[in-house]
Design a protein around this ligand. Structure first.
Ligand SMILES: Nc1ncnc2c1ncn2[C@@H]1O[C@H](COP(=O)(O)OP(=O)(O)OP(=O)(O)O)[C@@H](O)[C@H]1O
Length: 393
């Protein structure tokens, strides 16, 4: 079942009015869009996007600063009024805009769970009261009884491993515990959809990593459909069931993490989602499901079902960890190139070698047990299935 449907969503800001609004609200948005500072032109923060999120998914909006992730999320939350489009949660329309119809359910009636970067817990309350509060303030008709509130809060605190801290003042928690408290408060209302805007970005790297896994476990155990906003590729790859990569208000590609990582549909996606080697070249021929591309590093064979004519300019992309390095020849690999190590870097759990091959330079990431002196003649190899054809442009 589809839990969230966004159709042709558009949200623009008038630059002057927008800047005043942002200044008033003290927003920390960076405003990287040059258009925003260039006079009265409108900034299309979200430019006609359509998305479908299935029930139980952890759906991530990933992209660089200013690409429209937060605006999309805020539009779903009801905190931003779109210019046009449609937002439906389950079978309940929350926003319908355009010239003919109009519907805009206020944020406090959308019943969605929200967790933002600043965890915004209530400092004067205990841990227990922070979580109980969203239930206690419900209208009488939908407010659970005292005993039920007690039970629900206790259960959620247990899930978040905060049960033993129920009576503690919220401010006397560590950063990670406060973030878990913010999550508990969002989860307790059992929302159909949870909106998470960079909820881990204020935490140090170690804590972020452990909470990332906790969040994934929690999301899976509770089965809450979540929309997660981040600019951190690793976080997106580690957490998501589906990733939508955004650029300048548009969604460029949507897919499973592995799919987006291994078969990016553009140079932007490939570069943004991880380090890659890009070999520009021209199609030299095709044979069955393979395409041969002549690049600055020599001939590269890749698997592709795309029917690209001979002579067409393309990019062959290969991830550093998909290249093998050796001081001896294999002799039987479809992609095998001789080169020279020009540089190497120890990364703790891996070693990167930069290898000059023909006129090109390739980054190879491997096991730290293999560390080869710069200046050494080496061989690189990879399978055609590990090389991706990326359109030029
Ligand atoms: N209230 C506003 N007034 C004017 N422009 C805005 C406003 N909010 C956002 N913008 C602009 O809209 C664009 C998209 O912003 P948005 O905050 O959605 O991006 P983002 O991808 O979430 O970025 P970040 O990762 O930095 O939070 C940017 O150019 C931003 O400056």
């Amino acid at each position: 079942m589809t839990m969230l449907t966004i159709t042709n969503l558009v949200k623009s800001f008038g630059s002057e009015a927008g800047k005043r609004a942002k200044a008033r609200s003290g927003s920390s948005k960076k405003g990287t869009d040059a258009g925003q500072d260039a006079g009265p032109a409108r900034v299309f923060a979200v430019n006609d996007i359509s998305l479908e999120v299935g029930e139980g998914e952890m759906f991530t909006l990933l992209g660089p600063s200013g690409c429209g992730k937060t605006t999309t999320l805020r539009a779903v939350a009801g905190l931003e009024r779109p210019d046009s489009g449609r937002i439906v949660v389950g079978d309940r329309p929350l926003f319908e805009g355009g010239s003919t119809r109009h519907l805009n359910v206020p944020a406090n009636q959308r019943g969605l769970g929200m967790v933002f970067q600043s965890y915004a817990i209530w400092p004067h309350m205990t841990v227990f009261d922070n979580v109980a509060f969203p239930l206690q303030v419900r209208k009488r008709a939908t407010r659970p009884g005292k005993r039920e509130i007690q039970e629900r809060v206790a259960k959620v605190l247990e899930t978040m491993e905060l049960g033993h801290l129920a009576d503690r003042q919220a401010t006397k928690l560590s950063g990670g515990q406060q973030q878990r408290l913010a999550l508990a408060r969002a989860v307790v209302i059992e929302p159909p959809l949870m909106l998470l805007d960079e909820p881990l970005s204020n935490l140090d790297a170690k804590l972020r990593e452990s909470l990332r896994y906790e969040l994934k476990r929690l999301q899976r155990d509770l089965g809450i459909t979540s929309i997660y906003v981040t600019h951190d590729q690793i976080e997106a790859l580690a957490l998501s069931t589906t990733i939508a990569v955004m650029k300048e208000g548009n969604v460029l590609q949507t897919g499973r993490p592995r799919q987006v990582y291994e078969t990016p549909n553009s140079k932007f996606v490939a570069e943004f989602i991880g380090t890659s080697n890009f070999l520009r070249g021209t199609v030299a021929g095709r044979e069955g499901g393979n395409v041969d591309v002549d690049t600055e590093a020599g001939r590269v064979r890749l698997e592709s079902s795309v029917n690209i004519p001979v002579g067409e300019e393309v990019i062959a992309a290969v991830r550093p960890e998909c290249l093998e390095i050796s001081t001896t020849r294999w002799g039987n690999r479809p992609n095998e190139w001789a080169g020279t190590v020009t540089n190497r870097a120890f990364l703790g759990d891996a070693v990167d070698h930069i290898v000059r091959v023909g006129q090109g330079s390739l980054r190879v990431r491997g096991n730290p047990a293999t560390s080869i002196e710069p200046g050494t003649e080496v061989y690189l190899a990879t399978d055609p299935s590990k090389v991706t054809l990326v359109p030029v442009g």
